[in-house]
Structures are given as C-alpha cells and as structure tokens.
Design a protein around this ligand. Structure first.
Ligand code: SF4
Length: 523
C-alpha cells in the first residue's frame, strides 16, 4: 500500500476554554480510539501526526499540514467543530474521515461533510480507507465492521501517543485503558447496551500494567470500560498479578450491583481511588443498583447507605443520574435526589438530562416514533446544555424549575461545605470543591435559569421547545457562533441543522449503512 501522511485529531472538547477544571482534567479525558488508529497506521508504515484538542490549543496552529488523510474523532457536542475542521482541511486537499460516537450516532448527517464516516472500526476498515484514500463528495462513504475488534493495541503500543497527551496534564496523569467493550445490561437509553459485552485480552492488559510501572513511580490508570468489573475476579486477578497492592491507582465506572463490600475491600487493596457508579433513576433500573423493586425514598436510603459504604473504601465517588426519564413524574424524583445529596454528602452527583443521540441507543427509535426529538444543533448535545427529548411528564418550565432547584441545592455553600468536609482526602476535597464551585456545578443553575426565563418570556424560544417550529432560537446560534470563533466561517451551509428523525427514516427504509465493509474480527 502507498505510504500516506496521516493526521488524527481527537476533539476532547468543542470550544476554547480557560477553566481550571478543564486545564487539570481534559488531557485525562482523551479517547483511546484516536491512539489506536494512530498505532494501526504506524504499524502499516504510514507517517502519523496526532493532535489532541483540549480547548487550550490554537487549533489553527496545531492542524496537521500536508497530510493525505485526516481522521477526526468527536462526540456529538463537537460535531459542528468537526464539520468546520473537515471543510477547512478539505480546502487544503486532505481527505477527511469521521469516527467516534458522533459518526456512530449520526452517520447519515456526517456523510455530507466527510469523505468517510466510520461505524465499528477495526484495522481492516482503516486499511481500506488508506488504500482507497479518495474524495467522496458530496456524499461520503459509510464504512463499518460487523462488530467491535477482538483486540486493540495496548498501552505499550500506544505509549508514544499516550505520553504526548499526558504531557499536557499539569497534575493528574491518568493513562486510559480498556479492559472490555459493551455491557451485558440493557439500559435502553445507553449507547453501550447495544454493544455485546466482550473482554479484551488479559495477557495484554497485564503486560500493559507492568509496562506502566516502568514509566511512573505509581501509575494512575483510568479504565474506559462502560461497566468495569462485570468479570470482577478475572480483572482484579490480573491487576494483582501485575504489581503489589498499592503500586498503581485506578479509576473505573461500574454498576452499584457489582460493588458489594467484599469486592470493595479487594478494590481498595488493589488501589482503586475513584468509582463512578450509575444510579440513573429513583423510579426505574432497579437491577442496576441492586435495589430491585424499591423506588423513591426507599431506594434513596438504600443507595445512600451503599454509597457511604463505598466511600469507606474508595475515596472519590461520582454518582450519575439521568433526569427527565419517562418513569419520572412530579417533584418526587428531584426531591429524592436532593435527599440523596444530603444523605451521601461526599458522593459527587453528576446530572444528565435525558438525551437521544441519533441511532446510538435502542430507545431513541421509540422517541423518534413518538415525535419527541428536538433538532437542537449537535453543539448542545452534551446531556447538560440541552435536552433533546421532550419530557413525557413535565412541561419545559416545570422541568427546568426542578433542575434549577436541584442544582442550587446540590451546589449550595452548605452542600459544598458538607461535601468538602465529608471528603476523605485533601485531593478529593479539592476536586469536589473545584467541580462544584465552577461552571461544572453552580454555573449550571444560572444557565438553566436563563433557559427558564426565556421559555417564559420569548415566544420564538418557547415555540422551538414546543416543536411548533424547527427554527433554532438565536440564543443557541449566537452561543455556538461565539464558541466556534473563526472556525464558524468554515461551517458548511446547512451544517447547523440535522434531521432529528433520521434514524427512524433509515429504519423504515430497511437496512443498512450506506456502504458496509464487513470484515472478520481482527486476529
Ligand atoms: S449498566 Fe451502564 S454501561 Fe451498562 S447498559 Fe446500563 S448504563 Fe450502559
């Protein structure tokens, strides 16, 4: 195959930022797949330049030049930035490729702005892009492997790219690792519920941990598994074999149901310092939190006790909630969450508004059938800036009034002080304070208040939320324009808007991706 000059851009964020939280943490949020693609390209002899955008770089300066092909990875909230970059890079002669969550969720939209759009991606898919490497315009090719790859380049192979990313991190340097793909649970709103659970090779993982111990005195490893510990004993076994207790520190996301006390003891011994268990709802998904048929305040008590137990073993805990689920009605879900905040003060609560990302999750089809999806520009689809599913049991003002009340309660000076006091270590107290006192926490209440005021006073704004018009309110357009800065000029005509029901349309039209390249799993 001809040797190519390859650029890879990982969009960790969607716009410039100066926040302290972003400075410290964003380099730690880099995705694994851009590093994997970079490694695959190098293995095949191509020249690779990886750019990780954390909001502090001048993208115009950092963009790879003279490249044949550029891979961009983006979540949906960075889609407009990705579309603008693609237009700019195409004007310089590059062929552009989109991968990552947005490409999987909205392929029918992304093909209008990229030469290739990738679904499940393995090395053969990358090879086929690099060997063809030609312009596909005005509609790009949609390529997808039949399934996720069976193995991925480990840390040792990705090290060069990991190091260049972590060099940007001033304090915490967490190495991203992946022990498994998909999830055996079936939470219908979740992108991972549609991906079969699959462990990755234990020998490679063990070797990677040993390798990291040669690079750091005490490496910090962030497991990117959607649900770490499904095969708990196997994973803890390999961690214990890779180094003595306490020689590494770990962060992972896991279901509450997988975290009984016996396991917590073992996790503490192994060096787990942060856990992100999802609660999601007080009125649904009892299996996930092992609360069975308990709902409402009964579930709050049970979950709060469990969280307090976890924090006796793991210093930092973030609990994830989805607000606006169909099972929620009236003030009770919000009051329950407030009661939880008071009962488990050290657990950092992360709130997501119910969002439907194109074809990423099975439930989205139902929402589209019911005509409940709002065409917010992708730029706002980060589960916090906008909720693109009309709530079933609230009107918008009611919903946002509850959100404001909950956010104010959660990040009130009293709650912040409680959280800091209850934090087991100075580092955890500092992180909790930093998150809570900035735009991540208190800033949200001000934003929701603004949305609420506009819903009450601005007819055009309200008409969009009520689905009486598809005209996106000026408020959002101005915000997006401002955040994209000079790159806004490169946003192609029409790229602000998308068809919110494209998944349903493609489903009704029958199968499948525009062009599929089914490949056997990578050996
Ligand atoms: S348990 Fe978590 S990762 Fe698994 S399907 Fe549910 S929300 Fe997704």
């Amino acid at each position: 195959m001809q040797k190519r000059k390859v650029g890879v851009i990982d969009l960790v964020t969607k716009a410039p930022t100066r926040s302290m939280w972003a400075r410290i943490m964003f380099p730690n949020f880099a995705s694994i797949m851009p590093q994997v693609v970079s490694s695959w390209c190098e293995q095949d002899g191509h020249d690779v330049n990886l750019v990780v955008y954390t909001g502090f770089e001048d993208l115009a300066d950092e963009l790879p030049t003279g490249t044949d092909v550029i891979f961009i990875t983006a979540f949906s909230h960075a889609a407009q930035l990705a579309y603008a970059l693609s237009a700019l890079l195409r004007s310089k002669g590059a062929v552009t490729v989109l991968g990552g969550p947005h490409a999987r969720a909205y392929p029918e939209d992304a093909v209008k702005y990229f030469d290739y759009v990738l679904g499940f991606t393995d090395q053969e898919i990358i090879r086929s892009v690099l060997s063809d490497c030609s312009q596909h315009r005005p509609i790009g090719q949609h390529l997808a492997a039949a399934q996720q790859p069976q193995s991925l380049p480990g840390v040792r192979e990705r090290w060069k790219f990991i190091k260049q990313t972590l060099d940007k991190a001033p304090l915490v340097k967490a190495v991203p690792m992946l022990g498994s793909l998909g999830c055996p649970y079936t939470c219908s709103f979740c992108v991972d519920s549609a991906v079969p659970y699959q462990p990755l090779e234990f020998d490679v993982l063990r070797d990677d941990l040993r390798f990291l111990r040669t690079k750091f005195k005490r490496p910090v490893i962030s497991w990117h598994d959607p649900n770490f510990g499904v095969r708990f004993d196997d994973y803890l076994g390999l961690i214990e074999e890779a180094g003595p207790p306490g020689s590494m520190a770990f962060v992972a996301e896991s279901s509450l149901s997988l975290l009984p006390e016996e396991r917590l003891k073992r996790l503490r011994r192994a060096g787990f310092k942060a856990m992100l268990p999802g609660v999601e709802s007080w009125f649904d998904l009892g299996d996930k939190s092992k609360t069975g048929s308990q709902v409402g305040m009964n579930k709050v008590r049970q979950v709060a006790d469990h969280m307090n137990l976890i924090m006796r073993y793991i210093p930092y805990v973030q609990t994830n909630f989805v607000l606006g689920l169909d099972a929620d009605e009236g003030p009770e879900p919000f009051e329950c969450t407030k009661a939880f905040v008071d009962s488990a003060p050290a657990a950092y609560p992360a709130y997501c508004q119910l969002s439907a990302f194109g074809q990423a999750a099975p439930l989205n089809l139902e929402h589209q059938r019911a005509g409940r999806i709002l065409p917010f520009p992708f730029h706002f689809l980060n589960t916090q800036s906008a909720m693109n599913v009309r709530p079933k049991n609230y009107n918008w003002v009611q919903f946002y009034r509850h959100m404001i009340d909950l956010t104010r309660h959660t990040f009130s000076p009293r709650a912040l002080a409680n959280r800091v006091r209850a934090s087991g270590t100075l580092t955890v107290a500092g992180l909790n304070f930093l998150r809570g006192a900035t735009a991540q926490g208190r800033g949200r209440a001000a934003y929701y208040s603004e949305l609420c005021d506009r819903l009450e006073t601005d007819r055009q704004f309200r008409a969009f939320f009520e689905q009486e018009t598809n005209e996106v309110p000026r408020f959002f357009l101005d915000r997006m324009k401002n955040e994209l800065g000079d790159l806004y000029e490169w946003l192609p005509r029409g790229a602000i808007h998308h068809d919110p029901n494209a998944y349903l349309a493609s489903h009704q039209a029958g199968p499948p991706p525009i062009a599929v390249t089914p490949q056997p799993a990578l050996a």
